[in-house]
Ligand binder design. Sequence first.
Ligand code: FB9
Length: 293
Amino acid sequence: LTKEMLQDGSWRDAEFKQYNLVPGAGAPPNGGCVHPLLKVRQQFREIFLQMGFAEMPTNNFVESGFWNFDTLIQPQMHPARDAHDTFFMKTPAVANRAPEDYVQRVRAMHESGGHGSIGHQYSWKRSEADKNILRTHTTAVSARCLHKLAQDGFRPAKFFSIDRVFRNEAVDRTHLAEFHQVEGVICDVGLTLGDLIGVLYQFFARLGMTQLRFKPAFNPYTEPSMEIFAYHPMLKKWVEVGNSGMFRPEMLIPMGLPEDVNVIAWGLSLERPTMIMYGIDNIRDLFGSKMQM
Ligand SMILES: COC[C@@H]1[C@H](c2ccc(C#Cc3ccccc3)cc2)[C@@H]2CN(C(=O)Nc3ccc(OC4CC4)cc3)C[C@@H](O)[C@@H](O)CN12
């Protein structure tokens, strides 16, 4: 059937083959494979699930400064909260629906401390907490989950998250303005640094790394904190594999968690292990576009 036949009407006398409407098998689709990042994400997810961790809801890239920083007792003048490290949303510029009683306890902890802490001794501004940003770590989600756990009535819990986080930093061969953070959190009565070290051995052994070393570090929301190093049997060298610590009471008390409850947590990225496992040395190769550096 052609355009000419339709125009000169000759289609009326033409013989056409009957339509075969019986669904036949289409041509088999060729190839296709799961993206390396998604393969490694599934591997990490299975490790956490085998260890009895529940996945946190991370489906909000946009977060308020309150959940991303203030609940973690990160002071409002902290450099990480500046535009040069954090992406601020233009619209909606502000949003914060945290329960008012919790906001007030967080404010008091920043301004004057309490429960043995002197706080940060500055006048806390709600306008700073209400600013909308792209979350800089999935620890913001951990804060939401721990607050909910306290409000629903504390019970021991193990949470994990694996999702995108955004940092307004210079990009280079191994760093983009975003990466996937992997985070594990355990909440229970009387947890110690020994428990954290023990669970880190469990976790990294499942990644084939059984020799670990720990180095004292600092995070605004954990004390003590440790950088984690592991001997990689194939690379035959020590690799920095993440950071960890015990959430400060200044973060846990305002949430309403009992004073004898501790929370241990650790974090790493998805890109670094994926690049090592797949021998990728330029992070852009992970994301297809061959942007030249
Ligand atoms: C701004 O970049 C931060 C990122 C990312 C990171 C660092 C810290 C945390 C955290 C945390 C945390 C601390 C306390 C409480 C809660 C969360 C999360 C991600 C990786 C963390 N790192 C990292 O992933 N390294 C890594 C992890 C696994 C791995 O496995 C290989 C198969 C063998 C290899 C390497 C360490 C370094 O790569 C570091 O230079 C880059 N880090």
